[in-house]
Design a binder for this molecule. Structure first.
Ligand code: B3K
Ligand code: ZN
Length: 853
C-alpha cells in the first residue's frame, strides 16, 4: 500500500470552477454524465489527473469533441489537454448502486438511492480530482422513475423540474456555494418529509425538511427541534447565519458513520434522526440532538471554510465537535455533558493514544484516510480547541473565530490557519501550543504538594510518552484549572485559578494552609491529560462531598473508586467502606440534580480500570468490580429501593429532571441486581413490564441480560416480539446480550450472528453485536481467545463487502501489549490471520499491519 505524507502536499494543477452532473437513475444501473469545466493553475502544460475508483470511462469529450488523449493510471484517468489552459471535459460513467456494499459513492439502501462522498467517495461516481482544495459550483440534473423515486434531492436549491418519457420525471438542482466534491449529495426515493421553517437573524426564511420513509415521520420531531435550536445557537454564540433558502436532512438505514454534512442536504444514519419515547432512550434523544447540531454546525466549520487536505481533518472535526459539545451543554446540564465527554475521551481516545495506532490530531501520513476518522482527530481535536478557548476566555475566543471565518470564508484552510486566527484575533502566543497538533500521546502530569513554613506549593512534572514514530517529546502548553481547600475547617481557600503549564517541571504557589490542603486539580478537565497524584481516600471523599465544582466532585469520587478497585485487583485488601460512604453522601444530593448523581455514582468501566494497570487482568477486574458493585448495592439497599419505589417520570417528559430521574432509576436497578438478592430479577422484570418508554425498558432489559433468571429469557422474548420490525430497536436487543457479564457471552454472540435478523450488510447491526462485544472487556478477552477469533472472523467476512466498517473493528485487537503473554500471542495470531487473507482492503491492511508493530 502507498503511504501519503502531509509534507508532500502540492496545490492542484487544475481547478474545476463548475461541475454539471446528469444522472439517469436506476437501482442497478445509474448512468452519470459529468461535465467538468477545468482551469489550469500552472504556467506550463500539466496533465489533468482525475481520480476514479471502480469506474470505466464510457466516453470522454473535450469542448464537445470526442477526445482520445487520455489513459488510465491504475483506477485514475489522466487526460492530456496539451496547451489548453481551460476546457470542458465530459465523461460518462455507469455505476451499480445495488452492488455497492461499501456504502461509499452512490448506493442503494431500502430501495432508495443516496450518496456518501467523504472522504474519497465521489470518485466512485465519476472521475474528478476529488480533493478538498478543488471547489466547484454544482448543477445537478437527475431523472428517474416517478413511482420508484418520487423525491429527487441534491445540494442547494431546486430550480426546475418536469415530466419525462415512460413514467419518469426529473429535477434540476443548483448549489450557489462552491464546494469540494466530498460535500456533494444526491438522494432519490419514496420519502416523506416533516417540514418546518426557520427565520434567520437577518430575517430570511429557510425551509426545513427531514425526509424519512413513510411511517417514520412521527419520530422526527426531536431532530427538527434540535435543528432549529442549532440554527439559533450558531447565530447567538458564533454569529453564523445559514446561507441557503433550503435545508434538508435525509435519514437512511444503512450508513457507515453517524451522519454527513453535505451542503444543504445532510444525510443521516436513521439512528440519529428517529426518536420517540417508545423506541428511543433519553441517551438516544441526546445523540440525535448532538449529531443534528454537529452536522448543522459544519455548514460554517467545514463547508464555508473547508479543509485544504485530509491531514487537516481535525480543523473541521475537532472544532465542530467542540461546538456541538458546547451546544449540548447549553441545552441541558453543562456538568453532566462534560462528564460524558470526558468519559468518552478516556474510553475511546486515551487507549488510541497509548497504542500502536496513536497519531497526532493532525496526522503526518496515512494509507487510507477513512482510518483517520478517529477519536483522536475528533475528540482530542475538540479538547485542543477547548484549551484555546479556556486560555483566552469566551469574548477573545469569539474574536479569534470571527477572524478565522472572515479570513478563510470560501477557502480550503489548514489547522495552522485556525491557530493563527486565534492568535491574531484573541491576542495570545500559541507557538508552543502548536505541539498539540504535532505530538501524539496523552501527556502525564505527576503532581506533588510541598510545604515551606506554612506556604504550600504544587510541583508538576510533565512527560509526554513516546508513540510510534515519535520517540522523543517536548513539553506541551496547557491550561490547568485548580483550587485548594482546607479540610480542617479553617476556611483557608485558594479559589478557582487558571494557570498555564508549559515546562517539563513547574511549581505553583497555593498559599498558606495550616495542614495539607485538598487540591482540586484539572477542574472541568481543562487539559486532556492524565493526572498522577497520590491522595488519601479521606481526601478524595472530602472533595467528592465538598468541592464547589461538580466535575471535580465527580472526578474525586471516580478516583476513589478507581484506587479501591485497582488495589483490590492487585490483591491488596481495601475496605470499600470509604467508597460506600462517599456514594451515600453523593446520593443524598439526588433531589437537586439526579442526572449528575447518576453519573457520579457509576463505577469506572472495566476498560478504564484496566488502563490503570501495567498488565490488564480482565477476569480479576470483572470480579472485583462486580464485588464492589454488590457491596455498594447491599450497603445502600434502602436508598436504591427508595429511588425505585417512587413513580417513574412519564416517558414523554423529556425535561432535565425527568431524564435525570430515569437515569438514576437505571443505576439503582443495576446496583440492586448486582447484589444477587432473591427478588432482584423480579424487580427488574417489573420495571421492564411497567416501563412506559424505552429508557426504563432498556435499562431493565440490560440488567436482566446480565443474569440467568427465567425473567431474562421472558423479557428478551417479549422485547424481540414487540420490536422485531424496528431495526433500531432490534439493534438494542442484540446489544444488551453482547454487553452481558454472563460467562457465556462470547458463545451467545456467536449464536446471535446466525440469527435470521443478523446481517453484515447493515453497519448498525454489526456494531450493535460485535461492537458491543469488543466493549465488553472480560468477554472479548476471554482467556481461550474465542473473543479474538470471533472478531477476526468478522473482519475477514466483512472486509470484501465493507472495508471501512471492517477496519474499525481492528483496534481492540491491537491493544495486545497491555495483556499477558498468552493473550498477546492469541491476539497477534488473529491479526496475522487477517493479514494473510488474499485481496485484503487498504483499510484493513493498514489497521492490521500497524496494530502488529
Ligand atoms: N464528516 C462526516 C464523516 C464521514 C466520513 C466517512 N468516511 C461525519 C461528521 O463528522 O460529521
Ligand atoms: Zn463532523
Amino acid at each position: 500500500p502507498v503511504t501519503i505524507h502531509r509534507g508532500d502536499y502540492r496545490p492542484p494543477e487544475w481547478q474545476v470552477p463548475d461541475v454539471a452532473l446528469d444522472f439517469a437513475l436506476g437501482i442497478e444501473e445509474t448512468r452519470v454524465s459529468a461535465a467538468l469545466s477545468v482551469q489550469r493553475t500552472t504556467d506550463g502544460p500539466a496533465p489533468l489527473l482525475l481520480r476514479g475508483d471502480g469506474l470505466t470511462p464510457a466516453a470522454v469529450r473535450v469542448d464537445g469533441e470526442v477526445w482520445n488523449d487520455w489513459r488510465m493510471d491504475g483506477s485514475d484517468l489522466i487526460v492530456d489537454l496539451g496547451e489548453r489552459t481551460a476546457a470542458v471535459v465530459e465523461i460518462d460513467t455507469v455505476v451499480n448502486p445495488a452492488a455497492n456494499t461499501q456504502l461509499m459513492g452512490l448506493y442503494a439502501s431500502n430501495d432508495m438511492l443516496c450518496t456518501q462522498c467523504e472522504a474519497e467517495g465521489f470518485r466512485r461516481i465519476t472521475f474528478h480530482p476529488d480533493r478538498p482544495d478543488v471547489l466547484s459550483r454544482y448543477r445537478v440534473r437527475m431523472a428517474g422513475d416517478k413511482t420508484r423515486f418520487p423525491i429527487l434531492l441534491s445540494n442547494g436549491n431546486c430550480i426546475d423540474r418536469g415530466e419525462g418519457d415512460g413514467g419518469t420525471h426529473w429535477a434540476l438542482w443548483e448549489d450557489p456555494w462552491p464546494k469540494p466534491s466530498y460535500l456533494f449529495a444526491l438522494v432519490a426515493g419514496d420519502l416523506v418529509a416533516n417540514r418546518d421553517s426557520f427565520t434567520t437573524m437577518s430575517g430570511r426564511t429557510v425551509e426545513l425538511g427531514i425526509w424519512v420513509r413513510a411511517g417514520d415521520e412521527d419520530r422526527t420531531g426531536h431532530a427538527m427541534q434540535a435543528l432549529k435550536n442549532s440554527m439559533r445557537w450558531d447565530e447567538e454564540v458564533y454569529g453564523r447565519e445559514y446561507d441557503l433558502d433550503l435545508f434538508n436532512i435525509v435519514a437512511v438505514g444503512d450508513f457507515n458513520m453517524g451522519a454527513m454534512e453535505n451542503k444543504g442536504l445532510n444525510i443521516f444514519n436513521t439512528r440519529y434522526i428517529l426518536a420517540d419515547p417508545d423506541t428511543a432512550t433519553d441517551m438516544d434523544y441526546d445523540g440525535v440532538e448532538g449529531v443534528v447540531a454537529h452536522e448543522y454546525f459544519h455548514n460554517w466549520s467545514g463547508n464555508r471554510v473547508t479543509c485544504r487536505d485530509w491531514f487537516q481533518l481535525s480543523l473541521k472535526e475537532g472544532f465542530t465537535v467542540y461546538r456541538d459539545q458546547c451546544f449540548s451543554a447549553d441545552m441541558g446540564s453543562a456538568a453532566v455533558k462534560r462528564i460524558e465527554d470526558v468519559r468518552l475521551l478516556r474510553a475511546a481516545q486515551f487507549p488510541e493514544d497509548a497504542g500502536p495506532l496513536a497519531h497526532p490530531i493532525r496526522p503526518d501520513s496515512f494509507q487510507e484516510i477513512s482510518n483517520f476518522y478517529t477519536a483522536t482527530v475528533y475528540n482530542k481535536g475538540a479538547e485542543i480547541i477547548r484549551m484555546m478557548a479556556t486560555m483566552v476566555g469566551p469574548e477573545r475566543f469569539r474574536k479569534g473565530t470571527d477572524l478565522y471565518f472572515e479570513r478563510h470564508d470560501g477557502e480550503a484552510a489548514t489547522c495552522e490557519d485556525f491557530v493563527r486566527a486565534i492568535e491574531d484575533g484573541a491576542g495570545i502566543d500559541l507557538q508552543q501550543f502548536r505541539r498539540w497538533y504535532e505530538q501524539a500521546g496523552t501527556p502525564r502530569l505527576k503532581l506533588s504538594l510541598v510545604e515551606e513554613a506554612g506556604q504550600w506549593s504544587l510541583d508538576i512534572v510533565q512527560t509526554v510518552p513516546p508513540t510510534p514514530g515519535q520517540p522523543e517529546k517536548q513539553p506541551m502548553m496547557m491550561p490547568l484549572r485548580l483550587a485548594a481547600f482546607a479540610m480542617d475547617g479553617s476556611g483557608a481557600h485558594l479559589a478557582d485559578t487558571l494557570v498555564t503549564i508549559s515546562g517539563a517541571t513547574q511549581r505553583i504557589a497555593l498559599g498558606r494552609f495550616a495542614v495539607r490542603p485538598a487540591l482540586s486539580v484539572n477542574r472541568g478537565f481543562s487539559a486532556p491529560v492524565i493526572v498522577d497524584f497520590a491522595r488519601a481516600p479521606g481526601e478524595l471523599a472530602w472533595l467528592a462531598a465538598h468541592d464547589d465544582d461538580p466535575f471535580a466532585r465527580y472526578e474525586a469520587l471516580q478516583q476513589l473508586m478507581l484506587d479501591t478497585l485497582v488495589a483490590a485487583v492487585s490483591g491488596k485488601d481495601r475496605d470499600p467502606q470509604t467508597v460506600i460512604d462517599a456514594v451515600a453522601q453523593t446520593l443524598s444530593g439526588r433531589a437537586a440534580d439526579p442526572a449528575f448523581v447518576a453519573e457520579a455514582v457509576l463505577l469506572p468501566s472495566e476498560a478504564f480500570i484496566g488502563d490503570q494497570m501495567l498488565t490488564v487482568d480482565p477476569d480479576a477486574i470483572r470480579r472485583e468490580r462486580l464485588a464492589l458493585q454488590a457491596a455498594i448495592g447491599a450497603a445502600l439497599e434502602s436508598e436504591w429501593r427508595a429511588i425505585l419505589d417512587g413513580a417513574a417520570p412519564p416517558a414523554t417528559d423529556l425535561s432535565r429532571g425527568a431524564k435525570g430521574g430515569r437515569r438514576l432509576r437505571g443505576v439503582a436497578l443495576a446496583y440492586l441486581a448486582a447484589t444477587g438478592m432473591d427478588d432482584a430479577a423480579a424487580l427488574a422484570f417489573r420495571v421492564f413490564s411497567q416501563a412506559d418508554g424505552m429508557t426504563e425498558r432498556q435499562a431493565a432489559l440490560a440488567t436482566l441480560a446480565h443474569g440467568d433468571s427465567d425473567e431474562r429469557a421472558h423479557a428478551l422474548d417479549i422485547f424481540y416480539q414487540r420490536y422485531r420490525d424496528n431495526p433500531l430497536v432490534l439493534d438494542k436487543w442484540f446489544q444488551v446480550q453482547a454487553w452481558s457479564v454472563r460467562p457465556d457471552t462470547v458463545d451467545a454472540v456467536r449464536a446471535l450472528a446466525q440469527h435470521p435478523d443478523f446481517t453484515l450488510t447493515n453497519p448498525n447491526r454489526v456494531r450493535a453485536l460485535y461492537g458491543a462485544l469488543t466493549g465488553n472487556q472480560a468477554a472479548f478477552h476471554q482467556a481461550d481467545g474465542a473473543g479474538y477469533r470471533l472478531i477476526a472472523d468478522l473482519v475477514i467476512a466483512l472486509d470484501p463487502k465493507n472495508p471501512q466498517t471492517a477496519a474499525r473493528m481492528i483496534p481492540p485487537l491491537g491493544r495486545w501489549k497491555r495483556f499477558d503473554e498468552r493473550r498477546q500471542a492469541l491476539m497477534k495470531a488473529e491479526l496475522e490471520r487477517i493479514l494473510a487473507q488474499p485481496g485484503l482492503s487498504r483499510d484493513t491492511t493498514e489497521q492490521a499491519s500497524k496494530s502488529l508493530l
